[in-house]
Design a protein around this ligand. Structure first.
Ligand SMILES: C[S@@+](CC[C@H](N)C(=O)[O-])C[C@H]1O[C@@H](n2cnc3c(N)ncnc32)[C@H](O)[C@@H]1O
Length: 251
């Protein structure tokens, strides 16, 4: 089910920016890595399970983290049923994904994650506890989610501990920016929820600012997202004395 990958154009002087002129090629990336070494068990799990869980998406001109903008994901065909959809952006090693999918077998969970070793680790864990309501798209969510799904397709979107990019000169690489906020709004059904968590207070302030500037959203909750388990990012933040901020916005 997974497509063979082709090399992506090398970046220019700015490590967050890929070379080229089209929007796909000149985008600023919110992620720093896509591949990397994997333990043998994770590699084996990916080899055996990707065909079942990782959707084979056609790539766009920008390479392996892109999705052909003309491609539309057939959700009932992908999950084999029709069910409320949760889209998790940046599932990492899959803690929230697995906990959520286990707790809500009546929901489908689509993870859009660009970091293959994280997907492989999630699959290794799912090898022991298969989750028929989970699928992955291995791609840059900023691109994939702007075209791959119909408007209103998602019941909830989850973005837990997005990469903080704490240095001021890297703030432009933060995932949650007005353009992505617009993408998520399009994706959610009316009244659908975007659940976000971060342990970086200035990212939380940035989020509140960006969301307040878009009058289509209502702040629905600042309580812990009900299905969000404690991940190593939360524990790391707490150990460093940072406060965990949960924000849920209604579209
Ligand atoms: C700090 S980790 C958090 C992982 C997970 N949500 C957790 O709480 O454990 C952020 C994740 O977002 C992914 N990511 C960053 N930008 C992305 C993008 N544009 N599209 C898809 N995934 C992205 C990274 O690869 C990384 O796995």
């Amino acid at each position: 089910m997974t497509a063979p990958t082709s090399p992506e154009p090398r970046g220019s002087g700015d490590p967050g920016r890929a070379a080229g002129t089209s929007p796909h090629l000149s985008r600023t990336r919110s992620f720093s890595r896509r591949g990397g070494r994997m333990p043998q068990g994770h590699r084996t799990a990916y080899e055996h399970l990707a065909g079942r869980y990782v959707v084979d998406v056609p790539r766009g001109a920008g390479g392996v983290t892109t999705v052909d903008p003309d491609f539309r994901l057939d959700l009932p065909g992908t999950f084999g049923r029709q069910a409320p959809l949760v889209v998790e952006v940046g599932s990492g090693s899959g803690d929230a994904l697995r906990a959520g999918a286990q707790a809500r077998p009546d929901w489908d969970v689509l993870a859009v994650e660009v970091w293959r070793p994280g997907i492989a680790q999630t699959l290794a864990r799912m090898g022991e506890h298969p989750l028929p309501n989970v699928r992955f798209v291995e791609a840059d969510a900023c691109l994939a989610l702007s075209t791959m799904l119909e408007a209103g397709a998602a019941h909830e979107v989850w973005t837990f501990f997005p990469d903080p990019w704490p240095k001021a000169r890297h703030h432009k690489r933060r995932l949650i920016q007005p353009a992505f906020v617009d993408t998520v709004h399009r994706l959610l059904e009316p009244g659908g929820l975007w659940r976000i968590a971060t342990d970086w207070s200035d990212y939380a302030a940035h989020l509140r600012e960006v969301m307040a500037a878009d009058s289509r959203w209502t702040l629905a909750s600042t309580g812990r997202a009900p299905l969000r388990p404690r991940t190593r990012f939360e524990l790391k933040g707490l150990a460093a004395g940072r406060e965990i901020v949960d924000l849920a916005y209604r579209a």
